[in-house]
Ligand binder design. Structure first.
Ligand code: FES
Ligand code: FES
Length: 162
């Protein structure tokens, strides 16, 4: 039976009437038109569908829409701020850290979550944190370089040098 679910997505409140057990991923893509969140495996194995829920990376294929109710959801469409790209988005562009691009929204959101909790990660920490996000194009070296670049840009910004 369908229920009404209150969602907060990218800073906006919205309501959907749906099966409460539907994956958040499906609701984002099909009901809200936020197709930047990608379907990969549907089983929690690839993290292509990563979104942020209350600031933490979550595989939206495994989270039911009812569990997302009332929590702050950020998709790739909502990551840019103050009219500019998020530093991680800028870094992915600068490093050319994408081939087909399919994994990139999930990669960027996961990297943004890393830098929120650890603004100056080592390469080992970057690899460990990003380890579950699969890239079928095997663009991992540039992805790690992009996260490193975003971290460095954040350090400069904190020192007032940028
Ligand atoms: S589509 Fe969600 S983890 Fe693969
Ligand atoms: S860039 Fe193609 S899957 Fe990662």
């Amino acid at each position: 039976m369908d229920v009404t679910v209150d969602l907060n997505v990218n800073g906006r409140s919205t309501t959907v009437t749906t099966d409460p057990d539907r994956p958040l991923l499906d609701v984002l893509r099909e009901d809200l038109g936020l197709t930047g969140t990608k379907y990969g495996c549907g089983e929690g194995q690839c993290r292509t569908c990563t979104v942020l829920v209350d600031g933490r990376p979550v595989t939206s294929c495994l989270m039911t829409v009812s569990r997302a109710a009332g929590r702050k959801i950020v998709t790739i469409e909502g990551l840019a701020r103050e009219g500019g790209l998020h530093p991680v988005q800028e870094a992915f562009l600068s490093e050319g850290a994408m081939q087909c691009g399919y994994c990139v929204p999930g990669m960027i959101l996961n990297a943004a979550a890393l830098l929120e909790t650890n603004p100056d990660p080592s390469d080992e920490q970057i690899v460990e944190w990003m380890n579950g996000n699969l890239c079928r194009c095997c663009g991992y070296p540039k992805i790690v370089a992009a996260v490193r670049r975003a971290a460095a840009a954040g350090a400069l910004s904190r020192r007032g040098e940028r």
